[in-house]
Design a protein around this ligand. Sequence first.
Ligand SMILES: C[S@@+](CC[C@H](N)C(=O)[O-])C[C@H]1O[C@@H](n2cnc3c(N)ncnc32)[C@H](O)[C@@H]1O
Length: 247
Amino acid sequence: MSGNIYESPKLVSEYLLLHYGNVEEVLGGKPGPAEAVDFPARLVRELLAPVEPGSRALDLGCAVGRSSFELARSCSEVIGIDYSHAFITAASRLRDTGGHAYEKAVEGELTAPGFARVPAEIDCSRVRFEQGDAMDFHDPEAFSVVLAANLLCRLPDPKRLIDRLPSLVRRGGQLLLTTPFTWLEDFTPRAHWIGGTPATGRSFDALRALLDPHFGLEHVADLPFLIREHSRKFQYGIACGSRWRRR
Ligand SMILES: C[S@@+](CC[C@H](N)C(=O)[O-])C[C@H]1O[C@@H](n2cnc3c(N)ncnc32)[C@H](O)[C@@H]1O
């Protein structure tokens, strides 16, 4: 694939709306799947089990940061990592100022002003964002919670990340995954897909086989999400959400 789509102003705007937009801002009063709005906050509410005070969390592929902020409601330190400089710049501005103005597409060249806001009750000082490669992330101390939301099928080699997870999640800690298993050769060479071919079978079964030596499955949930491209065009997906406990 040429260039990184996640560096483009178009994607920064779409993700600010995906992460911080309410039903009115996303659907603009039109009919649509309202239950799919607020995905990054909803996935944390659905998947995160209670954590001990002082817990540290890692959000891999955090984009513009909403799930990282939501994790900070219960974790005292959250690190959000994303490969996109543009996403990390936007997430860091939200952390530092609590808000971020942007333009959302209406149709053609027409745009409308939008404003992303971190919920006022969240302590942003618990969160920090860093640009980096999730497949190569290292930290001297393992985390109580590791989240990778809709990341696996955007990596060139998702198994490289899966192989690193046992050292990133401390024993007894939680691994939270969401993925729509949208395998595309633009992002992941077919040889690196986890399932999704006649020879390898269903992706969730293949994922479970890879995680099983180190993680026990605790919870599975369907998590719809809605990305607004412009006022009359949306991407609707249903991510497979799961929580795994480090053995
Ligand atoms: C489909 S988006 C999901 C973003 C966010 N977690 C969410 O659920 O809305 C995939 C994200 O992964 C990031 N990403 C892709 N490859 C990455 C890598 N190797 N390391 C870290 N982040 C990566 C992209 O920049 C993008 O923000």
